[in-house]
Design a protein around this ligand. Structure first.
Ligand SMILES: [Zn+2]
Length: 80
């Protein structure tokens, strides 16, 4: 994952659109139905992260966390 992001960042100005396209396509179901949401998020281990801004597929309801969201989660878990 980090390797592919690195190679994308070397390409230049157009990458922002490419990254957005990648994010908007759900890796779980392949639908172009990723939306930005912000609400309480329950993690797999039962931890509740309040008001977490993240991506969610409006088709299969899978949650996806970007770097910002991961930072908030790590804060809540006390990892950071
Ligand atoms: Zn999906």
């Amino acid at each position: 994952m980090s390797l592919s992001l690195q190679s994308v960042s070397r390409i230049g100005v157009r990458t922002e659109t490419q990254i957005k396209d990648v994010i908007l396509t759900c890796p779980e179901c392949g639908q172009m139905s990723m939306i930005r949401i912000k609400d309480d998020c329950k993690l797999l281990d039962g931890t509740l992260i309040p008001n977490l801004e993240r991506w969610q597929c409006s088709s299969c309801k899978a949650d996806f966390f970007d770097v910002e969201a991961m930072r908030v989660i790590e804060d809540c878990l006390g990892i950071a």
